[in-house]
Design a protein around this ligand. Structure first.
Ligand SMILES: Cc1ncc(COP(=O)(O)O)c(C=O)c1O
Length: 377
């Protein structure tokens, strides 16, 4: 596919593009890509739309096979069919997990955090314990030591994000093992949001599903995965919760009862086509994203007042803009024609997140605008 080809998203009610309405602002914020999904997805959706009955739909055997096959091929993790639940979103998935926590128990949320993590405890009427993550050698770190220092005795759920958004850290075997051991000692359930698992940019990096580490890890982990970020189909709303432990799975299903809708039939169709046929597309997308990452990182690093982290995974660059010399960096860049995610919503005021899953031409234009804006300060 030609990832350089611009696609006009006007008239599609795109959250990313319509947010700034008629202003001349290049949107490099919410995490979707400006690229066309794999052709096989479009073909599958068109074919299904051609059948005029859009009734209640089950996940097919072929879909189960496609998902399980993808997870085993990409991560070497053998998931059993009954562990897998289809859910309409990953945010839904971790909000359900939050509802498994008892009344006097708390939920640990590492920060900076993808914003919906910060409201999950409140939504479940539970208390949140923030775990502030340090940056070591240009990498946002979550490990046993960090948890040990900040998690309280009442904490019974850890909201993990792996690879980490924001920052793009790929958790190493050692880091994950330490986290799992710690959670075992304290009897803490782990909700592992692995929505960015397929978006590994570091050539030497490997995503390790938390639950695949050991039987003990599987027994206390709810894994959330989805084809949405991987194949750029987040609008189709099909995600998965993978829960090996039967008791936890039963409690999870009970918490969903009556409030979580089915996945819609187009979500199933799109997911199946993507997992079966999307491999070559993903390979090309990753190559393009790697080049975008390197280009954006190199230019941002050269801009006065900005300190970006090089993401090992995800298509998002997380950067410190506190030395920029402006009060509100996100508003400043928006006024100068670039729409970035405001770190304040991630519990990190003065930081910014830039989505580089766009054409190189748009990325270049956005970086030019940022550079010019900084010169004026
Ligand atoms: C870590 C993480 N979890 C979940 C989501 C969104 O998941 P969904 O759209 O399936 O609710 C995102 C989207 O950016 C994300 O980065």
């Amino acid at each position: 596919m030609n990832f350089d080809m611009p696609i006009d998203r006007t008239g599609t009610s795109s959250l990313k593009w319509d947010w700034f309405k008629d202003k001349d602002v290049l949107p490099l914020w919410v995490a979707d890509m400006d690229f066309a999904a794999p052709e096989a997805v479009t073909t599958a959706l068109t074919r299904r739309a051609g059948h005029p009955v859009y009734g209640y739909t089950l996940p097919s055997d072929a879909l189960y096979e496609a998902v399980l096959g993808h997870i085993e091929r990409h991560f070497g993790w053998k998931v059993e069919r009954e562990w897998l639940l289809f859910i309409p979103g990953v945010v839904t998935g971790f909000n359900i997990a939050a509802r498994l926590v008892g009344e006097k128990e708390t939920i640990a949320v590492p920060t900076p955090a993808y914003p919906p993590f910060l409201s999950a405890a409140k939504n479940a009427r539970r208390e949140m314990v923030k775990v502030s993550l340090p940056i070591e050698d240009g990498r946002l770190v979550i490990n046993r030591k960090v948890l040990e220092a900040q998690v309280t005795a009442e904490t019974k759920l850890l909201m993990l994000c792996s690879p980490y958004n924001p920052g793009g850290t790929i958790l190493t075997n050692e880091e994950l093992s330490g986290i799992v051991d710690f959670c075992e000692e304290r009897d803490i359930l782990i909700c592992s949001d692995e929505i960015h698992a397929d978006l590994v940019l570091d050539e030497k990096g490997t995503h390790i599903p938390t639950a695949s580490l050991s039987e003990a890890a599987a027994a206390r982990t709810i894994t959330l995965m989805a084809p949405s970020k991987t194949f750029n189909i987040p609008g189709l709303g099909c995600s998965m919760a993978i829960i090996p432990d039967e008791k936890i799975r039963t409690r999870y299903k009970a918490a969903m009862e009556g409030i979580v809708p089915h996945v819609n039939l187009m979500g199933y169709e799109g997911a199946m086509a993507a997992y079966i046929h999307g491999g070559p597309w993903l390979k090309e997308a990753l190559a393009y994203l790697r080049e975008n990452r390197d280009y954006a990182f190199q230019r941002l690093s050269a801009m006065k007042g900005l300190k970006p982290l090089l993401p090992e995974a995800t298509y998002l660059i997380w950067m410190d803009a506190r030395d920029l010399g402006v009060q509100k960096p996100a508003a400043f860049f928006e006024e100068n024609g670039v729409g970035l995610s405001d770190g304040a919503y991630f519990d990190a005021p003065g930081w910014l997140r830039l989505n580089f899953a766009c054409t190189r031409a748009i990325l270049k234009e956005a970086l030019d605008r940022m550079e010019k804006a900084i010169e004026k300060i």
